[in-house]
Ligand binder design. Structure first.
Ligand SMILES: Cc1ncc(COP(=O)(O)O)c(C=O)c1O
Length: 388
């Protein structure tokens, strides 16, 4: 079996985890949490990093902190792309809000700025006195926009996201779950021009702690509140006094130890990821498909994707790959078509649906063998010839 994305652990990872185990600081306290947060902030170039137990929770917690900042209870909206893992939308609902889905650009995995602007102008009215947008039908306040950096490619360059935020006076939280190691063209790491960016350390990510996540922000008060909320909002460690209804959302020291050791190897892992992309790019030469790429960033090349000319070609390739025990995968079903959300959103998002139907994610583990990349590519090309 060639898997879609496998983690790599070495002796160094084992040593770090053992050190945490032997110290008996496996849970709430311990030095690795602080070190991981500091090292991670340094890597991303943000002022603060707050570790959490996974990326979904990071999104939810950021929305909770935003509600607190703007004194919003429930009855709020958040705009996000439909083409994302369902966790992005679920986090909005878990925090008490309503997700509103927008389209991608044509032939793109990323949200459409055009569609975002159209959506906001058609569906919301700006209240100049209060300085926020109100849904014309439900009167919900529009609390934020969550762009998602799909597959490790930038949703939009940071300066563009900042521009959207300023033009619409709207907070942006970036779902960067898949985009650790993705840089803007000016070499700054993505995620630094919005209020916060949320990263995932799930087992299939470029850096893993088994499960885990990080929220980065340059806003001191926001970081402080995130930490407070994620650690049960405790104000007295001895008498256990809590000033808010907080959460137990923190990353534990045992896993933070793994995060520290994994982070040390991230740079070299990014080099290998680029090599894998280049190999696919070299082998997958056909007028019937494209290896997905964007010009607006330096990707971390998390999961390589092929976009086929049509759905049938995609399905043929998928079948032949699965027959050969290769774990290729279609994109997630877009959120607006999910049974969990469809009832409320009878939407047609034509570019999202089009690219979803034609795309296949390919095995992209850093430890994949070069000859396996060639084998996978040959099978894909063979499936096309067989179809013609
Ligand atoms: C785009 C996106 N958002 C959010 C998440 C949620 O992260 P986690 O699995 O750590 O909860 C993931 C992935 O797992 C993801 O790919």
């Amino acid at each position: 079996m060639i898997n879609l994305h496998e983690p790599i652990f070495d002796k160094d990872d084992e040593d770090y985890v053992l050190e945490a185990l032997r110290s008996s600081w496996v849970s709430t306290g311990g030095p690795f949490v602080d070190k991981f947060e500091k090292d991670f902030a340094d890597f991303v170039g943000s002022k603060h990093a707050v570790s959490i137990c996974n990326g979904t929770i990071g999104l939810q917690l950021s929305i909770e902190a935003l509600k607190h900042r703007f004194r919003v209870l429930n009855n709020f909206d958040i705009i996000l792309p439909s083409l994302t893992f369902i966790a992005t939308a679920n986090a909005v609902v878990h925090a008490g809000g309503s997700p509103h889905f927008i389209d991608t650009d044509e032939n793109s995995l990323q949200f459409s700025i055009e569609n975002f602007k159209k959506y906001i102008l058609n569906n919301y009215e700006y209240r100049f006195e209060q300085k926020y947008w109100i849904n014309k039908v439900t009167f919900n306040r529009l609390l934020a926009f969550i762009p998602v950096h799909i597959m490790g490619w930038s949703a939009a360059e940071s300066y563009l996201l900042k521009g959207i935020s300023e033009e619409f006076n709207l907070t942006i939280l970036e779902d960067a779950a898949e985009a650790l190691g993705t840089y803007n063209l000016d070499e700054t790491h993505i995620g630094n021009e919005s209020l916060a960016a949320i990263f995932s350390f799930n087992g299939n990510k470029i850096l893993t702690t088994g499960g885990g996540g990080m929220i980065t922000t340059n806003d001191f008060e926001f970081a402080k509140h995130l930490k407070h909320l994620s650690t049960t909002a405790k104000i007295d460690n001895f008498r256990f006094v809590h000033d808010e209804i907080g959460y137990n959302f923190r990353l534990v020291n045992l896993l933070a130890a793994l995060g520290c050791s994994q982070l040390k190897k991230l740079k070299s892992r990014l080099v290998r990821k680029k090599e894998i992309f280049d190999l696919y790019s070299n082998y997958l030469n056909s007028p019937f498909l494209n290896l997905y790429k964007q010009q607006n960033c330096h990707s971390n090349y998390w999961l390589n994707c092929v976009i086929f000319k049509d759905f049938n070609l995609r399905e043929k390739a998928l079948t032949i790959l699965i027959e050969n025990k290769i774990q290729a995968r279609p994109l997630w079903t877009p959120c607006h078509l999910q049974p969990a959300y469809k009832v409320e959103n009878n939407l047609l998002l034509k570019y999202t649906e089009d690219i979803w139907n034609r795309t296949l994610s390919l095995p992209s583990s850093p430890k994949i063998l070069n000859e396996d990349v060639k084998f996978i590519s040959d099978l894909i090309l063979l499936s096309i010839i067989g179809d013609k």
